[in-house]
Design a protein around this ligand. Structure first.
Ligand code: PMP
Length: 287
């Protein structure tokens, strides 16, 4: 079925939606994005994603798209037009097209940013079988640039990391810098030791996950101990449990790291409980 997508003010069938070959996201990965989950036709953590989008744009001096204040309405319109019950909405803003290739940023008064949104339907998104079995991760070196806090569309290395994981018979990769885990290819990474949840502190080294913020808040509200600090891959392999969070996987247990089985090789107590709380609270707060 052809989707209805949004491009620069217009709702179009996906076959008719186009952007210029000179668009800077195409030529230079000069763009940022957000992914918001939809459950029961409602948006999860929308305000958090919008706030991070604004921050990403500011950090890169990309002008806000004219429709910035209408983004909630646009998300809702796409959910309605595509009859999305469960799934995701992908949003991308690029610095636009100057009609040629040039390293110098175009004049923001002349060149307007490109705004694209499309839906991805994933029926039963919250009932993923992987959440019951847990996933396997491998570790790879983190060779990304130094501003991982900005959600740019430079996803080549994370994409390669995912392929390295697949080749190794695993599901995802955790990236390592100076011996410490930064994050997963498209998610934040956590371990649990003696009932304490440990995850790297926020800095330019990792994306400030919207799901991370919510999960840590819920964990603290549930009187769970949380330590925001770096951990090594060896510490992770000796942990009682591990898990990842992201907008599309929510809380996902990790049961093996580099072939080392954690605990009993099945999800432990903490990650499934956090997933349950996150889904319940997020559904309540969905808009
Ligand atoms: N880290 C990286 C590198 C990511 O790509 C993502 C997903 N976009 C996350 C963390 C998780 O962020 P969020 O919870 O906002 O989806």
């Amino acid at each position: 079925m052809s989707r209805t997508v949004y491009v620069n003010g217009a709702y179009l069938p996906e076959e008719q939606a186009t952007v210029s070959i000179f668009d800077r996201s195409f030529l230079m990965a000069d763009g940022v994005y957000e992914v918001t989950s939809v459950l029961d036709g409602k948006l999860i953590d929308f305000d958090g994603h919008l706030a991070r989008l604004e921050r990403s744009l500011n950090e890169l001096d990309i002008p806000k798209p004219e429709a910035f204040d209408d983004l909630l309405a646009i998300h809702r319109e796409l959910v309605a037009r595509n009859e999305i019950s469960d799934g995701m909405i992908y949003l991308q803003v690029s610095r636009g097209s100057a009609g040629d290739r040039d390293f110098v940023f175009p004049d923001p008064e002349v060149v307007k940013p490109t705004l694209v949104l499309f839906t991805q339907s994933k029926p039963g998104l919250a009932e993923s079988p992987a959440a019951k079995s847990g996933i396997k991760v491998i570790s790879i070196e983190d060779i990304r640039w130094g501003r991982r806090d900005i959600k740019t569309v430079q996803l080549l290395y994370p994409s390669m990391g995912k392929m390295m994981a697949k080749k190794a018979g695993a599901d995802d990769a955790w990236m390592i810098e100076d011996g410490f885990v930064t994050e997963g290819t498209s998610n934040n990474a956590y371990i649990v030791k003696n009932n304490t949840i440990i995850t790297r502190a926020l800095s330019n080294d990792i994306l400030h996950g919207i799901t991370r913020a919510a999960v840590l808040r819920f964990a603290k509200e549930a009187q769970m101990d949380v330590e925001e600090r770096s951990f090594t891959i060896d510490e992770a392999k000796a942990a009682d449990e591990a898990f990842i969070t992201s907008a599309s996987t929510f809380v996902m247990p990790v049961v093996s790291i580099d072939g080392v089985t954690l605990g009993e090789g099945v999800p432990g107590r903490v990650a499934p409980r956090l997933r349950e709380i996150y889904l319940e609270e997020s559904r309540k707060a969905a808009i």
